[in-house]
Design a protein around this ligand. Structure first.
Ligand code: SAM
Ligand code: SF4
Length: 335
């Protein structure tokens, strides 16, 4: 019997057309908000999806209605077979994009172009090199900064992800907005989210409201223009009159966008997560390796999706370490 597309519809009226695939649990940076200093327990290599398995699983999702795939990690570009994975996925009828720290992206310009990757999200949390070193625990600021310009020069649509941490980089909010004055980029301020091992607490988070206080204390109200957000967009977009680029706020903590969520996540070891905040996972890889169909497993996982933030529907619940530490560290989820 032919399977229908409805396996990607959940019980809260949401259809899922966007799959984020983490290619790797390792990274060439060590961002404090993403992973603990001592590192994370890595899966044995044999437990990670091969490029053929990534393709087979992705194709099942595409056959059932996924139209957009984002490759992430860890750092997706340090996976040796990244070009092969990209080439295989580019044969599917989907929009392909990646999220990268951009440290080595200059080596991949041609392969990205050849496989129709037009949109790239780059993480950069500080425009000050010493702060960058502090937060990433590595000296790679110049490479990332130069590579952002290289991507723009090569015609990629670039979004810059900035995770804000109170008292650390919130004094760079205006510098980042001014970075969009002459550059056609979209800077996205992300509220710091809790995951296992990242020492999160609410007092370190800079909220949407606080970001807008910074904006309004610097720019005249009439120059701050609210833009139309794309459908299923997780961010609220703005620009400053006369600026080439734009900025946005992703407020997963204070103002979650769960109502319009259309995302699913596949971890590098083949586990389907129905929500970024979910503490439960569905093992697609073992099912595939047993030669059993994965569609029923996907369907059950999608139907089990909570309405809001993996069941942490209030800030009080999100704040409880016994709830949010049941989840993985972000580096092994794939943001
Ligand atoms: N290495 C790539 C990168 O940094 O862009 C891709 C993987 S990284 C896990 C994906 C995104 O998750 C990055 O933009 C990063 O800033 C974001 N992220 C990681 N930990 C986070 C946290 N605790 N709160 C908010 N965003 C986080
Ligand atoms: Fe690596 Fe990206 Fe996590 Fe930073 S945010 S440690 S670059 S995976």
């Amino acid at each position: 019997m032919k399977e229908t597309k409805h396996i990607l519809n959940d019980t809260h009226g949401r259809a899922h057309a966007y799959l984020r695939i983490s290619l790797i649990e390792r990274c060439n940076l060590r961002c404090t908000y993403c992973m603990p200093e001592e590192g994370v327990k890595l899966s044995p290599k044999s437990h990670l999806m091969t490029y053929e398995e990534i393709y087979t699983i992705a194709k099942t999702f595409v056959d059932h209605g996924v139209t957009k795939i984002r490759l992430t990690g860890g750092e997706p570009l340090i996976r040796k077979d990244f070009p092969v994975i990209l080439e295989r996925l580019a044969t599917l009828p989907v929009e392909l994009s990646i999220t990268s720290n951009a440290v080595i992206i200059d080596k991949f310009i041609d392969v990205l172009k050849a496989n129709n990757v037009n949109s790239i999200n780059v993480s950069l949390d500080a425009l000050d090199a010493s702060k960058f070193k502090h937060i990433t625990r590595r000296h790679e600021f110049k490479k990332v900064y130069d590579n952002i310009f290289l991507l723009i020069k090569n015609g990629f649509k670039v979004k810059v992800n900035v995770v804000l941490i109170k008292g650390f980089n919130d004094n760079e909010i205006i510098d980042f907005i001014n970075f969009t004055k002459d550059l056609p980029i979209n800077v996205r301020f992300i509220e710091f989210m809790p995951f296992d091992g990242n020492k999160w607490d609410m007092s370190k988070m800079v909220s949407y409201a606080e970001i807008m206080e910074y904006v309004h204390s610097t720019f005249p109200k009439e120059h701050v223009i609210r833009l139309q957000d794309a459908p299923n967009d997780t961010s609220k977009n703005y620009t400053i009159t006369g600026y080439k680029g734009s900025f946005a706020i992703i407020s997963s903590v204070t103002n979650p966008f769960c109502d319009s969520c259309n995302r699913l996540r596949l971890t590098a070891n083949g586990q389907l997560k129905n929500c970024l905040f979910s503490s439960t996972e569905s093992d697609l890889l073992t099912t595939l390796r047993k030669n059993e169909p994965i569609a029923p497993v996907i369907e059950r996982a999608v139907r089990a999706k909570f309405k809001v933030r993996g069941g942490m529907d209030t800030l009080e619940k999100l704040e409880k370490p016994q709830l949010h530490t049941k989840n993985r560290s972000m580096i092994t989820i794939g943001g």
